[in-house]
Design a protein around this ligand. Structure first.
Ligand SMILES: *Cc1c(COP(=O)(O)O)cnc(C)c1O
Length: 357
């Protein structure tokens, strides 16, 4: 039986996409072979990869000034690729709003003068610093932010205006809301939250910024090389790219990102409104900064949290355990989580509250 899966990542995928992949699994595009068995240089695979790139460009309105890359290594490899491609002066500013933002910052310190210019660590990352008051330094190569903080359930509702190119980790909110790509130098995202199975990472990078990677940058991490080779410098993660293309087709058919954003805001609104009205459940994030993708919450105590997670799973609502750094529960409600899944969660939360308050 399918359950409602609230996992933070890898995460639930649309049922119709999984069913299509299942139908096509033994015979992809009339080849008589699985998409996992054919050459990445074959016509059918090249077509699916090209379609994926074109759909991403269309859905996010990405101009030809930007490279759109499908690479490997996860967002965590991009923590190193960012400085290795961009840190010409050896200086970059980092805003540390969570665990992944901190990891990105620490990785950049391996390569140059990375500085933490603002942080919300003082209040266990329950807010986003005022973007207009961040003391960015003069003359840096870039500013790095994490757009949505998967573990702590915060997000930027407004992005900082920076002189240096803005680089954003959008692993857990890419394609969930309308963004203006032209405001960013680089956007990157591991696919396994909101797009596809683990294995592929999206990089959207302004071409003028990536022309000249640092001499020590490994070939595989050179965005310019990946761009020149249409992300086929070596064998790409074929199955994940294929799945990403199916998800992107579905997004387009559903009306694109603006439509997705509406549904996501509706889903998150249902859940936050219920939590805020309840004396039993609490979400500790500053309201303006709440993520519409990851919703952490707690009951009055840790024993009840554990009981909640166990009984929810028995009722077909799984992977609700919060990250070990935060505890409690976390409902990840990415694009692929239907409204019905959120409604079922709220119905269970009501019942649990009646029985345990
Ligand atoms: C999951 C996540 C990462 C880490 O992604 P990997 O692909 O596992 O390296 C980085 N940043 C954010 C915002 C994430 O949600």
């Amino acid at each position: 039986m399918r359950v409602y899966n609230f996992s933070a990542g890898p995460s639930t995928l649309p049922l119709d996409v999984l069913e299509q992949a299942q139908r096509e699994f033994l015979d992809f595009s009339g080849t008589g072979m699985s998409v996992t068995e054919i050459s990445h240089r074959s016509k059918p695979f090249e077509a699916i990869a090209a379609e994926g790139e074109a759909l991403l460009r269309e859905l996010l309105n990405i101009s030809e000034d930007y490279a759109v890359l499908f690479v490997q290594g996860g967002a965590s490899t991009q923590f190193a690729a960012v400085p290795l491609n961009l840190m010409h002066k050896g200086r970059a500013d980092y805003v540390v709003t969570g665990n992944f933002a901190k990891k990105a910052f620490q990785e950049a310190k391996l390569f140059g003068d990375a500085q933490k210019v603002a942080s919300s660590e003082d209040k266990t990352y329950t807010y986003i610093p005022d973007v207009d008051a961040i003391p960015f330094r003069e003359d840096t190569d870039y500013v790095h932010i994490c757009a949505n903080n998967t573990i702590f359930g915060t997000r930027y509702t407004r992005f900082p205006e920076t002189k240096a190119p803005l680089v954003a980790d959008m692993s857990s909110d890419i394609l969930s809301r309308v963004i203006d790509v032209s405001k960013f130098g680089v956007i990157y995202a591991g696919a396994q939250k909101n797009l596809a199975p683990a294995g592929v990472t999206i990089v959207i990078a302004r071409r003028d910024l990536i022309a000249d990677p640092l001499p020590a940058c490994p070939t595989m991490l050179r965005w310019k090389v990946q761009d020149e080779n249409k992300s086929l410098y070596n064998t790409p993660p074929c199955f994940s790219i294929y799945m990403a293309t199916l998800v992107l087709r579905r997004l387009k058919a559903l009306g694109g990102i603006a439509e997705m954003q509406k549904v996501n805001e509706y889903k998150a609104g249902l859940l936050y409104d219920f939590i805020d009205a309840s004396p039993f459940y609490t979400n500790g994030v500053v309201k303006e900064d709440r993520s519409i993708m990851n919703v952490p919450f707690v009951t009055p105590n840790a024993e009840l949290d554990a009981k909640f997670i166990k009984e929810a799973a028995e009722n077909g609502l799984v992977s609700l355990k919060g990250h070990r750094l935060v505890g409690g529960m976390r409902a990840s409600i990415y694009n692929a989580m239907p409204v019905e899944g959120v409604q079922a969660l709220i119905a269970f939360m009501k019942k649990f509250e009646r029985e345990n308050a």
